[in-house]
Design a protein around this ligand. Structure first.
Ligand code: HEC
Ligand code: HEC
Length: 499
């Protein structure tokens, strides 16, 4: 028997073993042909539209829809740092003026345009990406109150997020700048398929300049060697309440599957849950589902954390300004009004809105190329992590309960290799781990925001580039993809575009 054929047979046998032993939560035919990706809440759209992510769940009752619309207006609202305005609350440090500024049309963000005159460009008021920061640490095996439940360690004087914007009067030396300036440029590389086809890849590289505490060049705390940074590109807002309604056990069971033949081992993240802290729970940890490293447990925690952090608007869940206690804040205090800036109604409406955005229905489901692509998506092992389907459990918003949904994610962490690594740990996530991204609605990304990028830092301009960056646990899957014929690769991508 020729050697190559032998390997093919072994491979087929391994695959067979795992597909038959693997519970996809629904039969394969069903997910391949499913059109309503988010159960009764799916937004039925016949044609691709730039507003496809902007709709409330279709099954919302009248009362719920009213609440959603209140939240919608607040999500679009620009906050101000002018003490005399009713929409006061922004700053003193922030990354954007409104939720929608980053979550453009409720979709993915884009990297800035780099001018041809200078390879470096500064992140400004329109940036949809920011850096998370923390001090180097060893992953804690036993999170406890003593080590703040394994949460990242704030950089003294800077915290856990680098706010590149600030109120005008915050820094006399650099008006309008926040804790520091963030600059970015691209590193380009080429990928060559076995069939000779080449694809250009790009990766953003970041540099921190002009930090507020710099006395002599390089002296700032943020520039020290033990500081880790992680770029986070804005993800889309659709279907988040449904993800919250997936029974915890279903996600944890996916981590127990034996996918060692693929080199895959999904890992849950366990993260601080603000709601549990507010309820004085002695162990305030929950399973992480949101954020690019599954670093937050709920839409509540993520949304109100963003209102406080990303925009500097304090609220009942996160009542302290993020830079309180720093020298920068002490000097600025006379330009600031103490007290909680967002009313409880504003906070709750933003959370409700974020929980109740619909996922649009699929297109071209019966197309033969799309169906071939769906099969290949499984054959090359994408479904090992991009787990197709779940049935939601019960949720306090009853419209989210008991729905058959197709998010295409296991919501677990995976080592994605050196190419995607940020080198920054986040609770149980290592510097190489990322959460499997949900793929529902992904085919409409460019219709919604033509410049939007894929992956955690928005580096991938196309779905093909996103696949080619897969390494680590997804290396075998990527290799099998690259060995497909051009027409098979096109089919797989046309399946993704139909989602
Ligand atoms: C400066 C840009 C920016 C602003 C402003 C912003 N977000 Fe986000 N949002 C992000 C990024 C980046 C992430 C991923 C965060 C991470 O991985 O830690 C995110 C994640 C989320 C998620 C979780 C999505 C998921 O799939 O895990 C929710 C919910 C969310 N944001 C809601 C909001 C709300 C509500 C507001 C306004 C109060 C807001 N965001 C403002 C950039 C932003
Ligand atoms: C080992 C688990 C794993 C496997 C196998 C895997 N992926 Fe992924 N996928 C991920 C993770 C984790 C991310 C997020 C990476 C990041 O944010 O940088 C991701 C991101 C993506 C994205 C970008 C999504 C977005 O919103 O930016 C696409 C597209 C994608 N995967 C498609 C595929 C396809 C197609 C396959 C099969 C060839 C595949 N993946 C196999 C784990 C996996």
């Amino acid at each position: 028997m020729p050697k190559a054929f032998f390997y093919v047979l072994i491979f087929a046998a391994i695959c067979n073993l795992f597909w038959s032993g693997q519970s996809l939560g629904d039969d394969v035919e069903a997910w391949m042909k499913a059109s309503k990706l988010a159960g009764e809440g799916t937004f039925e759209s016949k044609y691709p539209s730039a507003t496809a992510y902007r709709n409330p769940l279709s099954n919302l009752r009248e009362e719920s829809e009213k609440k959603h619309l209140v939240g919608d207006r607040l999500f679009d609202k620009k906050f101000s740092d002018d003490l005399n305005r009713p929409d006061y609350g922004l700053g003193p440090t922030y990354n954007h003026l409104s939720c929608i500024g980053c979550h453009a049309k409720d979709g993915r963000g884009a990297l800035p345009i780099v001018p041809t005159t200078n390879p470096w460009t500064r992140l400004g008021t329109g940036a949809q990406i920011f850096l998370r920061i923390s001090l180097k640490e060893d992953l804690k095996e036993t999170p406890s109150a003593e080590n703040n439940w394994g949460s990242p360690i704030p950089v003294p004087g800077f915290g856990l997020q680098l706010f590149h914007l600030g109120s005008f009067k915050l820094r006399a030396d650099n008006p309008g700048s926040g804790l520091a300036e963030v600059w970015m440029k691209y590193d380009f590389s080429k990928f060559t398929y076995p069939d000779g086809t080449q694809v250009e890849l790009r990766k953003p590289i970041f540099q921190i300049r002009s930090p507020y505490d710099e006395t002599t060049p390089g002296s700032s705390r943020i520039l020290a060697k033990d500081v880790q940074t992680s770029p986070r590109m804005t993800p889309p807002m659709i279907g988040l309440g449904l993800i919250e309604a997936i029974p915890k056990e279903d996600i944890l069971n996916l981590a127990k599957r034996d996918l060692s033949a693929w080199g895959i081992h999904g890992k849950p993240n366990w993260v601080i849950d603000r709601q549990k802290e507010l309820q004085k729970d002695p162990v305030p940890l929950s399973l992480g589902r949101f954020g690019l490293k599954a670093n937050t447990p709920s839409v509540f925690h993520q949304s109100l954390g963003a209102l406080n952090g990303d925009m500097g608007v304090t609220n009942f869940a996160f009542p302290k300004e993020s830079i309180e206690g720093t020298e920068l804040f002490e000097a600025f205090k006379q330009n600031w009004k103490p007290g909680i800036e967002a009313s409880d109604e504003i906070s709750q409406a933003l959370v409700f809105y974020s929980q109740t955005l619909a996922v649009p229905s699929r297109r071209n489901v019966e197309d033969l190329q799309v169906l071939e692509g769906a099969k290949l998506f499984q054959t090359v092992g994408c479904t090992n992590c991009h787990h197709p389907s779940y049935k939601t459990g019960s949720h306090s918003i009853s419209e989210l309960s008991g729905q058959r949904i197709y998010p295409y994610s296991d919501f677990l962490l995976h080592d994605m290799g050196e190419g995607l690594a940020d080198g920054r740990s986040d609770f149980r996530a290592s510097g190489r781990d990322w959460k499997t991204r949900a793929l529902w609605g992904i085919g409409l990304t460019k219709v919604i925001n033509p410049r939007a990028g894929f992956l955690h830092d928005g580096r991938a301009r196309t779905l093909e580039e996103a696949i080619l960056w897969h390494g680590g646990e997804s290396k075998l899957s990527r290799e099998l993809f690259t060995k497909l014929s051009k027409s098979q690769r096109d089919s797989l991508i046309s399946f993704l575009k139909s989602l």
